[in-house]
Design a protein around this ligand. Structure first.
Ligand code: 0O2
Length: 245
């Protein structure tokens, strides 16, 4: 059973009844939605991805409603942009190997909480916390972990508010709590993180200490700009959370 994910990866060449494998290995059952077709590796893989995509859809709908409501009351959107993705199989396998985890579906579902990921870009720092709080105050959203890299930036200058939540999703015959990783950040923080990611992962270039230092300084400049923008916003009456209903 040690290499189920590898077998999923090679799904074109091998067809295995994985549902049985998942059930055999689970102590705590994670219920997946029903798939009314032959349980090939391919079908099982799509079933798992459908499970996480459903979590993304649920959270995205909630965020869109919050955004629309705020716009209705305050004449502006606290969310600039929402991006989501289900982690690719290659990234899942690489992360599990890096953590020294056995490559099984059961272990993947229990150990990786960022298979479903949503990035929420907000104009102002206060929007980040406002939107995040509105979301986690909902009864069907349970917070599992919070990492506040805005209050405590990473050593390299990375800033974002990270959360793992479990969101209730109703399937045809049961309810599941789907784990979703949320990253909330401002437009400015996103600018920095996107460029830093491009620079860091450019394979043909050495990422020197000087470059790291320079990037950290850029992060501080950006953070200073975010703070100044926030002060400007705070001076406009009802800009942040005025109720016009
Ligand atoms: P990808 O492709 O973005 O999904 P954990 O998930 O808890 O095991 P970790 O590192 O403790 O792993 O999680 P953490 O700190 O919450 O950060 C995970 C994600 O945040 C990363 O996902 C990145 O998306 C983002 N991130 C964290 N640090 C940085 C950084 O220094 N620069 C940039 N640009 N992004 C960062 P993955 O898994 O790396 O990949």
């Amino acid at each position: 059973m040690a290499d189920i994910l590898s077998r999923i990866k090679n799904k074109d060449s091998e067809l295995v009844e994985l549902v049985e494998v998942v059930e055999e290995e689970s102590e705590e059952q994670i219920l997946l939605p029903a798939v009314n077709e032959l349980q090939t590796v391919d079908a099982q893989y799509r079933q798992i991805m459908f499970f996480y995509e459903s979590g993304i859809e649920q959270i995205t709908a909630k965020l869109q409603i919050l955004n629309n409501e705020f716009k209705f009351c305050n004449d502006r959107n606290p969310i600039e942009n929402i991006k989501s993705r289900v982690k690719s199989l290659e990234s899942i396998v690489a992360k599990m190997q890096k953590k020294g985890l056995p490559l099984t579906v059961n272990c993947m579902m229990k150990s990786l909480h960022d298979i479903a990921g949503i990035r929420v870009i907000c104009p102002f720092i206060s929007d980040v916390y406002h939107v995040a709080n509105m979301l986690i105050n909902q009864k069907d959203v349970e917070v599992v972990r919070v990492k506040d890299y805005i209050k405590n930036p990473k050593e390299n200058g990375y800033r974002s508010l990270h959360m793992i939540v479990l969101v209730d999703v109703y399937f045809s015959d049961h309810k599941s709590q789907v784990p979703v990783e949320l990253q909330f950040r401002t437009i400015a923080m996103n600018f920095w993180a996107s460029l830093e990611h491009q620079l860091r992962y450019k394979k043909d270039r050495n990422f020197t200490e000087d470059m790291q230092k320079e990037l950290k300084e850029c992060s501080e400049i950006i953070s200073e700009a975010d703070t100044r923008m926030q002060k400007l916003a705070n001076q406009i009456p009802s800009f942040m959370d005025g109720d016009k209903r």
